[in-house]
Design a protein around this ligand. Structure first.
Ligand SMILES: Cc1cc2nc3c(=O)[nH]c(=O)nc-3n(C[C@H](O)[C@H](O)[C@H](O)COP(=O)(O)OP(=O)(O)OC[C@H]3O[C@@H](n4cnc5c(N)ncnc54)[C@H](O)[C@@H]3O)c2cc1C
Length: 499
């Protein structure tokens, strides 16, 4: 067993983790990532971009209004305001690191996406925004003397001192050997959990591990029932399913049913640009009836705007689809988790020594439904906030806590069968359309799956406990709100609105 001692441990090298690490100077930071962050992070996959109120006539108030509207009366207003107010600074920070946000002669080239009342989404390299942001952050982190990055290290569980402080983590190195990481402060920035669903845009790294660990160590969590489904993933049966950015619909692409009719016009005044949950349910309800749904993006790919969507074009071509000539088959897919570890304004969880930022955290900003392109913004802003707060707590005299309860945890990796079973259960009961009857059945199936797992299958157990907590949160919420739609409780309960 190898032991590493560090000042700050950051688990995850996406936008949130790297921003936290960069901003924590003079603290000595170790960043660990399960895979190569250039591919194994949602940040690297992000297409649409980053929302900021920078356009002429736009304002913090206007982005706030759209954010709260999308959040369906469940957002924490102050958290949203804090993040949106910091958007301009976040964009300057990224530009200083060399992120090449697209511009035209008038200034920023801004895009409009669903739920936004105006064009305010910044892209970099067209729809390869996340890749460009990650490359710049990673290059800066590699250059930074206070940061060390270890890729291929999977964190399995947190370490806890006798006094109840979180003091690092147990991990597995690329060869599967046990790694004990001792740290004064630990930041969870492990991203989302879409991978717990059988149909998702999320890659291997998004299995909810950070959230599951925090839950296992008694951290407070919230919003577990709020899972956002993206309405237009390429329906080719791939895992993960390639995403077709919402900006395509902003540029004029429309949704067609099996008969070639535009169905969104009769469902919402904003038609294809209705909030994401509305469009996802409309697509999903047709797909579960066995009907095809198509995205007709021919007008976009036939004009010069095609060059703004290189990732979407490449995904279509890889499946023999020419989007300039034919409609694209689409489906809804698990995409983003609004819920997470409850954190305060600085990113502190309720557990001493434990911080969280990015998709794994619950600031309350997104409420029941994230407004498109607000998540990269939140990851950058909150990552920096955590880093700055850690920097202020710099105290080289504080000893790294080396004693902790328990020995190295068992290194048993979940079997593919356990993973498939869990994904299938969540797919049946926690999709875009839910019913209490299916949720209760899902709960029973998860309990049965739990009793078949070996006691030493720690990761599989943690994921299962997280899945159970999600199903129970969905059962408890007897209403429909944003991404949580109960067919047996189709109305919003005003008593549960945030004030
Ligand atoms: C296809 C796709 C497109 C998207 N498009 C947009 C968009 O246009 N605009 C927008 O705002 N948002 C978009 N999102 C959402 C956005 O990308 C994410 O919410 C955001 O990037 C999350 O950043 P993060 O740093 O919290 O997590 P991530 O970027 O996912 O990084 C998580 C890190 O944690 C590591 N990790 C996970 N588990 C472990 C473990 N057990 N041990 C060690 N390391 C671990 C991962 O390897 C990774 O390095 C998109 C998401 C997807 C999947």
């Amino acid at each position: 067993m190898r032991t590493i001692e560090t000042d700050v441990l950051v688990i995850g090298a996406g936008a949130a983790g790297l921003c936290a690490a960069l901003s924590a100077e003079p603290r000595r930071v170790l960043v660990v990532s399960a895979g190569d962050p250039r591919v194994a992070s949602s940040t690297a996959l992000a297409q649409g971009g980053l929302a900021a109120p920078l356009g002429e006539g736009d304002s913090i108030e206007a982005q706030m209004a759209d954010t709260l509207e999308a959040g369906c009366h469940a957002s924490e207003r102050r958290a949203a305001l804090r993040v949106i107010r910091a958007a301009g600074d976040a964009v300057s920070f990224l530009c200083d690191l060399g992120v090449p946000f697209d511009r035209d002669t008038a200034g920023w080239r801004l895009h409009r996406e669903a739920g936004h009342s105006r064009a305010r989404v910044l892209h970099a390299h067209g729809d390869r925004t996340g890749e460009a942001i990650l490359a710049a952050l990673l290059a800066a982190a590699v250059r930074a003397a206070h940061i060390e990055i270890l890729c291929g290290v999977s964190v399995l569980t947190l370490r806890e001192s006798g006094e109840g402080r979180i003091c690092g983590a147990w991990g597995a190195d690329p060869a599967g050997g046990a790694l004990r990481i001792e740290a004064r402060d630990t930041v969870i920035a492990t991203g989302g959990l879409g991978r717990l669903f059988p149909f998702t845009t999320n890659g291997e790294s998004a299995q909810g591990d950070g959230l599951a660990m925090a839950l296992g160590h008694g951290a407070r969590v919230a919003g577990l029932e709020f899972i956002q489904f993206h309405p237009t993933a390429l329906a080719t049966g791939e895992d993960p399913v390639p995403l077709l950015t919402e900006a395509l619909r902003g540029a004029g692409a429309v949704l067609l049913d099996a008969e070639g009719r535009r169905f969104m016009r009769e469902l919402h005044p904003l038609a294809e640009l209705a909030p994401r949950d509305v469009v996802a349910r409309a697509v999903w309800s047709r797909r579960v009836r066995g009907e095809a749904v198509w995205l007709d993006a021919t007008p976009v790919f036939r004009c010069e705007r095609a060059e703004e969507f290189p990732a979407a074009l490449a995904a279509c071509r890889a499946h023999g689809i020419d989007p300039a000539r034919e409609p694209i088959p689409v489906t809804a897919a698990a995409h983003y988790h609004m819920g997470g570890i409850v954190v305060d304004v600085l990113g502190r969880s309720g557990r001493a020594g434990l911080w969280a930022c990015g998709e794994v955290a619950w600031t309350g900003m997104h409420g029941a439904n994230r407004l498109a392109s607000n998540s990269l913004l939140e990851a950058v802003v909150c990552g920096r906030t955590v880093g700055h707060a850690l920097a202020r707590e710099h105290d080289p005299m504080r000893h790294v806590c080396v004693r902790s309860h328990g020995d190295a945890p068992p290194m048993v990796q979940p079997t593919a069968t356990d993973g498939h079973r869990l994904r299938a259960i969540l797919g049946r009961c926690m999709g875009p359309l839910r019913h209490g009857r299916d949720l209760e059945q899902g709960e029973r199936e998860l309990l049965a799956l739990g009793s078949s797992l070996a006691p030493e299958a720690l990761i599989a157990r943690r994921r299962l406990e997280l899945a159970l907590a999600m199903v129970r949160a969905a059962l408890d919420r007897r209403e429909s709100r944003g991404a949580h739609w109960r067919e047996d409780y189709p109305r919003r309960d005003p008593a549960r609105d945030t004030r």
